[in-house]
Design a protein around this ligand. Structure first.
Ligand code: CP
Length: 312
C-alpha cells in the first residue's frame, strides 16, 4: 500500500513534477481513475489551501470527497497503547483509523505539532497512527514534521520559473508574532536536497532546524549576504527547534523588502502576514509567486492521488 507521508515517498522528483505539469495542462485527463472512490480529509487544524486544493485534485480525478474538521467535531483521540481511557479521550485511534477506512479509499490527515513536546511531535502521533491502523493509503496534509504536498507544489513552481540549470535558492526565516511549526521549512529543505541547486538557509542564531534534516546544507546568519544574487527567495517563519517551540526574536530587520529581494522571485506557502514577514511592495509585485504556488497545490495533490489510485 502506497502512503504519501513525506517526500521520501517520491521515487523521482523530476518525474513527479513533470507529471504534475502535464496534469496542469489537462486536469481532467484521468477523470475515470477515481470513479466510485472516496477520499476522506480529516483536519485537526485550520486550512484554506490544503483543504480546497486537495478536494479540487480529488474531483479532477473523479473521486468523491468527505471533509471533516476532526479537531473541533470529532471525538478526542487516544494514541497510546494499553491506556486506561478514563480521562478526556473518548476513542482510540485504532478504532478511529479502521472506521474511517470503511468509508474511504484514501485518508488525508492534517495534524500540526503541539510545539510543547518535541518527542511527541517528532513521533507524528496522529499521522503515524493513522498510517499504522488504517487499511487504506494515508496522505500527509501537514504533520508535525513535514508538509510534503506544499514542498511538491514548490518544486513545480520552481521548475516553471527556473532559468538556470542550478538556480540559487535561499530559504530565509522571517519574523512572526506567534510560534509556528517547522514543518514547511523542513519539507522545503528536503525537497531542495532532491534537486540541483545552490541552496542556502539563512536565519538568526538559535533558529537552526533539526540538523538531521538540514544535514550539510549551507547556513548563513547574515541575511543580506545569503540573499545576494538569489534566483528564488523562499520565506517562512518557524519557531526555535533547539529551544523547542519558542519565539526567540521578532526582529523586524529580518522582514523581506523589495530592496532585499532584488531580482529574485519571492515564494511563501501562505498564509502570510503582510508587513511583518514581507512588505506589500514584494507581495504586490511581479516577483511574487505565492498565488502560483497556491495554484500548484492542486496539481501536487493530484499527482500524489493519481499515483496512489494507480497502485492500489
Ligand atoms: N500552505 C498551506 O498549507 O495553506 P493552508 O494552511 O491554508 O492549507
Amino acid at each position: 500500500m502506497r502512503h504519501y507521508l513525506s517526500l521520501k515517498d517520491i521515487d523521482s522528483l523530476n518525474d513527479w513534477v513533470a507529471e504534475a505539469r502535464d496534469l496542469k495542462k489537462n486536469p481532467s485527463s484521468s477523470k475515470e481513475l477515481g470513479r466510485d472512490k472516496t477520499i476522506g480529509l480529516l483536519f485537526f487544524n485550520n486550512s484554506l489551501r490544503t483543504r480546497l486544493s486537495t478536494q479540487k485534485a480529488a474531483m479532477n480525478l473523479g473521486m468523491d470527497v468527505i471533509v471533516m474538521n476532526f479537531g473541533s467535531e470529532g471525538w478526542s483521540l487516544e494514541y497510546t497503547d494499553g491506556t486506561i481511557m478514563d480521562q478526556g479521550a473518548a476513542e482510540h485511534v485504532k478504532e478511529a483509523a479502521q472506521v474511517v477506512s470503511q468509508y474511504c479509499d484514501i485518508i488525508g490527515i492534517r495534524a500540526f505539532s503541539s510545539l510543547i513536546n518535541k518527542e511527541d511531535d517528532e513521533a507524528e502521533l496522529v499521522l503515524s497512527n493513522f498510517a499504522k491502523y488504517a487499511s487504506v493509503p494515508v496522505v500527509n496534509m501537514e504533520s508535525s514534521v513535514g508538509h510534503p504536498l506544499q514542498a511538491l507544489a514548490d518544486a513545480i513552481t520552481i521548475s516553471e520559473h527556473s532559468m538556470a540549470q542550478k538556480p540559487k535558492v535561499v530559504l530565509s526565516w522571517a519574523p512572526h508574532p506567534k510560534a509556528l511549526p517547522q514543518a514547511v521549512a523542513n519539507s522545503f529543505v528536503e525537497m531542495m536536497q532532491m534537486q540541483e541547486a545552490d541552496f542556502i538557509i539563512t536565519h538568526p542564531e538559535g533558529y537552526d532546524l533539526n540538523p538531521e534534516i538540514t544535514k550539510n546544507c549551507s547556513i548563513e546568519h547574515d541575511q543580506e549576504k545569503a540573499l545576494r544574487n538569489a534566483d528564488f527567495v523562499y520565506v517562512k517563519n518557524w519557531s526555535s527547534y533547539s529551544s523547542y517551540g519558542k519565539v526567540l526574536t521578532e526582529n523586524p530587520e529580518w522582514m523581506i523588502t523589495k530592496e532585499k529581494l532584488g531580482n529574485a522571485k519571492f515564494m511563501h506557502c501562505l498564509p502570510v502576514r503582510r508587513n511583518v514577514v514581507v512588505e506589500d511592495a514584494v507581495l504586490d509585485s511581479e516577483h511574487s509567486l505565492v498565488i502560483e504556488q497556491a495554484n500548484n497545490r492542486t496539481f501536487a495533490a493530484q499527482v500524489v492521488l493519481k499515483k496512489i489510485l494507480e497502485e492500489n
